[in-house]
Design a protein around this ligand. Structure first.
Ligand code: NAD
Length: 346
């Protein structure tokens, strides 16, 4: 029997296809954007941002390529100032979760619509979740106005995504799916999205990591990324709350997700046979935690928190912060539980 639920998802327009970036000016026009601020990360992100600004033509007001992971407060303040200085009426975020995260912080302050062109699998473009970090704390909020109104998915933009970023952001999106199946706020829609995204990722992510130019695998991973983000939209549990606390200590987002996912999955599935059965089905009958651990081992990314520079003495503080949240679904997570998980992942 389906448990009582509320499904409340703001609608989005999705434009998917190889070369779809060429439609950015037409899509900006649909949003009535006449002075769009293009937001990107520095380096290769800035070059991509410049290309998008060129495609936008007169609808581009400026390029702000200063996005940074976890949106540190000064980065958000600079982004808001850039949007004000450009008299922007819309934001075009091109890049991974960092570029989209900065656009969300600006949109939250100024109420501007976002057009997102994601180039990783973080799935941020499909959520109304935004965050800003200060020191060792990251504050996260939800607001429908930060949800991108339009998304352009262009698999061609992801062909150059390095294998390590492909693997890490893919594991981040897989974490959205795994968690979506056990959070209390799950709905038949989010569960169906999560299961389909897992099916696509388990088949296509190893192929995209092995050969970045595998266009079919890239397309499947981007499709799965949207489904994963849309599945995450309802709520988060132990996995994301723990990753969020670790992010506050300056750990890289996607890699942290990838490392803790097998442990959190094993912990949460013990004593949750219903969720275990659903996850096992989504993994084609394979043991979910073991499959995730094997993927982590096979991918060219760090496998332990120590490799990310995490300071062992912070385990206690992280465990206490997570325990204070009072997570109960699918099973209670105490400070001792979290300490054990982190020690194992260290
Ligand atoms: P990222 O955006 O930081 O990108 C990682 C690196 O890859 C950057 O250096 C970027 O320039 C580069 N890159 C991105 N796309 C590329 C491409 N196609 N080709 C070559 N290089 C490319 O990484 P991410 O994992 O996508 O995002 C992490 C951030 O997203 C974190 O701040 C996290 O909190 C946030 N996030 C938010 C949500 C949400 O729902 N709000 C969900 C997931 C992640």
């Amino acid at each position: 029997m389906v448990a009582p639920f509320v499904h409340d998802a703001p609608s989005q327009r999705l434009v998917f296809g190889p070369g779809a970036t060429a439609q950015v000016a037409a899509e900006a026009a649909r949003l009535s954007a006449e002075r769009a601020l293009v937001i990107a990360t520095p380096g290769s992100g800035a070059r991509l941002g410049a290309r998008v600004a060129e495609l936008l033509g007169p609808r581009a007001a400026d390029l702000h390529a200063q996005a940074a992971m976890h949106v540190p407060r000064p980065v958000a303040v600079a982004g808001i100032a850039a949007a004000r200085a450009a008299r922007a009426d819309a934001l075009v975020a091109v890049g991974g979760g960092s570029a989209i995260g900065l656009a969300k912080a600006v949109a939250h302050e100024l109420g501007l619509p976002i057009l997102a062109i994601p180039t990783t699998y973080s799935g941020s473009e499909a959520t109304a979740i935004f965050g800003i970090s200060e020191g060792e704390r990251k504050t996260v909020g939800r607001d429908a106005k930060v949800m991108p109104r339009t998304i352009i998915y262009d698999p061609e933009l992801t062909l150059a995504l390095p294998a390590a970023t492909t693997a890490a952001s893919g594991m981040n999106a897989i974490a959205h799916c795994v968690e979506a199946l056990w959070v209390a706020e799950r709905t038949p829609v989010t569960s169906a999205f999560a299961a389909e995204a897992l099916r696509l990722f388990v088949a296509a992510l190893p192929r995209a990591v092995a050969d970045g130019n595998d266009a079919a695998a890239r397309g499947d991973c981007l499709t799965a990324a949207w489904l994963a983000g849309a599945a995450l939209a309802t709520g988060t549990g132990l996995h994301h709350k723990l990753a969020h606390v670790l992010g506050g200590f300056g750990l890289p987002h996607a890699e942290t997700h990838a490392i803790i996912l097998p442990q959190v999955t094993r912990f949460n599935l013990a004593g949750s046979p219903e969720v275990e059965a659903r996850l096992a089905a989504a993994f084609g009958g394979r043991d979910p935690a073991a499959t995730l651990a094997a993927m982590l081992q096979a991918f060219p990314i760090p496998r332990r928190l120590s490799e990310l520079g995490f300071d062992r003495t912070k385990i206690e503080s992280a465990a206490e912060q997570v325990a204070a949240i009072g997570i109960r679904t699918p099973r209670p997570a105490t400070a001792a539980n979290v300490r054990a998980l982190l020690t194992e992942a260290f």
